[in-house]
Design a protein around this ligand. Sequence first.
Ligand SMILES: [Zn+2]
Ligand SMILES: [Zn+2]
Length: 205
Amino acid sequence: MATLKGAQARHKSRSPLVFDVSRLGRRPGAMMELHQTVPSPARIGLDLVAIERDADLDLDLRMESVSEGVLVTGSVHAPTRGECSRCLTPVSGDVEITLTELFAYPDSATESTTEEDEVGHVVDQTVDLEQAIVDAVGLTLPFAPLCSADCPGLCSECGVPLATAEAGHHHDLIDPRWAKLAGMAPASAVDPEEGNTPESGAGAS
Ligand SMILES: [Zn+2]
Ligand SMILES: [Zn+2]
């Protein structure tokens, strides 16, 4: 039994997020702590910001045997990289998630009464934390990361990031149709004979 278990664990433990929980021995109350840094097996996150593959995942977890399975609680901390959703400047940061995840024993009531994907499962005396971490990170990271809370975005004329452009960056070019309007007093109506207002321009000429 021990050798078979070992062989199975080895073949399953390709991912650094698969952990052998055989030490818990299915004795409710048995507990082990896991303080470990492992390389992320994949890019984990969202389109604009994520934990890069091979980035350090700092695991600070407790694995506890409960009657239905193994309860994993604790936190995972990792660096993130992405880009600002307004100005596309590279942004680095970090993310911390907390996990509370039950991995059901193969023959437990939880296992037999839940859908395949609702809970994790203890497989060959191991638990695979990857999906739980992927889910939690996805919920924690911002969909629209920013380089700073007040990022001014890109210049609408030339596309440079305004945060790093020279102070007062602007363009004097004004659309010719508006140049005339810009010179007028705000209250004055547009001279109809000009036939040149944005509203009438297209149809009148
Ligand atoms: Zn930005
Ligand atoms: Zn510009």
